[in-house]
Ligand binder design. Structure first.
Ligand code: BES
Ligand code: MN
Ligand code: MN
Length: 470
């Protein structure tokens, strides 16, 4: 596509320039609301965040703005229908955030945003929980829509659906989508809730991994025992749990659960070669997280291990005495939370079942195992030859001056596969975060450059998508 035809959006871009500071201040206001979805003591703040967002949607000129209550946290909806015969872009995002703890590791209050320069963000980064995941990225769409509407350059219809439960599994959004198919009628779903390779290496996410998440509980003796009186004579659930976990991977760091890889899509050497062109520095990667080497499945690069290959990780493990000093005790119980990231064709329910069968089968006599599945999700891919991808690619090329690289991400947004199933719609993932932005971690931040670059790029997507839809 000739990018020159995207030139005429200069009123929108001028509007963005004039209103930049206000846009940032409005984001900071949203970030001050601690909308932690996982912790019910924040329920009022989650509601307040939804209300604030809905006010903003009304102010930018959207119609039919509603805060839909659900059995959990509310969903914020709004739309601007300019002509029913034009295409419709459905923007999805989330206003809920992960819990901020451990609080003591933050250099500033997670809900009192500050802008500070970093090596990767010389123009400053906004430090706050949710700055990148996902308030900062979701809000770019609100401000881009404001700019397009205010300057009379919105080229197609737009709908917003912003949920408050993404970080806890989007259960109620699933129900909402099934019930509101008419309301959500669209041609494409647009999401900014992923990342890109670097501020000077734009990329578009073409795949997300799925997720199977289980909690395991091992029970040995019916009470904690004196480790001198019983040590060596009974199965210690913590020892056994560690042993069982270590059996989940072999020496090549492949997952040993029978059937785990049966449906994993194998990429051709050519496809892998194409993927390998994305710039990656092992040294920079290691340095950024202070490790002396990478670690992962034999036969695959780090990029591949984190995108086209499934993985298994213990996310938490506990049991026994963890207080001060030494308490000589054999615990009655041991626990772990285990996540498996899945790739195309692996089904989360099947994998949970395979895990359950295998994990139960390797438990020795002397312990019993209880396995509780948590929320999961299916993987998703966006084909690069779709007009959604092409429009996004044009938009990045226009704003960054470079063609973006397609890359698959290791993260999960389970609702994306659900959108495809229920609404028959593909999702375009225009993420502007960096892996180093520390999402879900202490000191999460989002580049001011990235925030503005997103707002600049989004209108080009709308323009290009409208043109390509003809
Ligand atoms: N925005 C992230 C997912 C993400 C981040 C994908 C960066 C790709 C790149 C999302 O909010 C998230 O954290 N998802 C969870 C899954 C969910 C079921 C809790 C995840 O990936 O752990
Ligand atoms: Mn997110
Ligand atoms: Mn998240």
């Amino acid at each position: 596509m000739d990018l020159k035809i995207l030139n005429k959006m200069n009123k929108t871009q001028a509007y963005i320039n004039t209103n930049k500071d206000r846009f940032l201040n409005e984001l900071l206001e949203l970030l001050r609301i601690p909308s932690v979805s996982a912790d019910s003591s924040f329920n009022n703040d989650v509601q307040k965040c939804a209300d604030t967002l809905s006010e903003n949607l009304k102010n930018i000129g959207l119609s039919n703005v509603h805060v839909y209550p659900t059995a959990g946290h509310p969903i914020v909806y709004g739309e601007k229908i300019i002509d029913a015969s034009l295409p419709t872009v459905l923007v999805y995002g989330h206003y809920d955030v992960q819990p901020a703890d451990p609080l003591e590791l933050w250099h500033s209050d997670p809900f009192d945003p500050v802008v500070k320069k970093t090596d990767l963000h010389p123009q400053g980064a906004i430090f706050a929980r949710g700055s990148c995941d996902d308030k900062g990225q979701m809000f770019m769409h609100v401000k881009a829509a404001e700019a397009m509407i205010a300057s009379g350059e919105l080229s197609c219809n737009v709908k917003f659906m912003i949920e408050g439960e993404e970080e806890v599994g989007s259960e109620n959004l699933g129900i909402f989508v099934k019930e509101q198919k008419e309301l959500l009628k669209a041609d494409i779903i647009l999401v900014s809730d992923t990342g890109m390779l670097a501020n000077d290496v734009p990329s578009i996410t073409t795949g997300l991994r799925g997720l199977s998440y289980v909690e395991v509980e091992l029970t040995g003796p019916n009470r904690d025992l004196h480790s001198g009186l019983y040590g060596g004579c009974v199965a210690n659930p913590i020892n056994i749990l560690c042993d069982m976990i270590s059996q989940l991977q072999n020496d090549d760091l492949a997952v040993t659960i029978p059937g785990f890889y049966d449906r994993v899509e194998t990429l051709s050497q050519e496809e892998r070669g194409e993927m390998g062109k994305a710039p990656f520095s092992k040294e920079a990667y290691c340095k950024s997280i202070d490790i002396n080497d990478v670690h992962g499945e034999k036969g695959y690069s780090t990029m591949e291990r984190g995108s086209i290959r499934p993985s298994l990780d213990v996310n938490g493990i506990w049991g026994g005495y963890t207080g001060e000093g030494a308490k000589t005790v054999i615990a009655s119980k041991a626990y772990a939370k285990i996540s498996m990231r899945l790739v195309p064709n692996q089904d989360p329910d099947d994998i949970t079942k395979l895990f359950t069968e295998y994990f139960s089968s390797i438990a020795p006599d002397g312990v019993t195992v209880k396995i509780t599945p948590h929320h999961g999700g299916e993987p998703a891919v966006t084909p690069v030859d779709s007009i959604g991808y092409q429009a996004a690619s044009n938009a990045y090329e226009k704003s960054f001056g470079k063609k973006p690289i397609p890359v698959r991400s290791g993260g999960s947004i389970p609702i994306v596969a659900m959108f495809e199933k229920e609404l028959g719609l593909k999702t375009v993932l225009m993420g502007f975060g960096l892996d180093s932005d520390a999402i879900h971690s202490p000191n999460e931040h989002y580049g001011v450059f990235n925030f503005y670059k997103g707002i600049e790029t989004i209108p080009y997507f709308f323009e290009s998508f409208t043109k390509l839809s003809n």
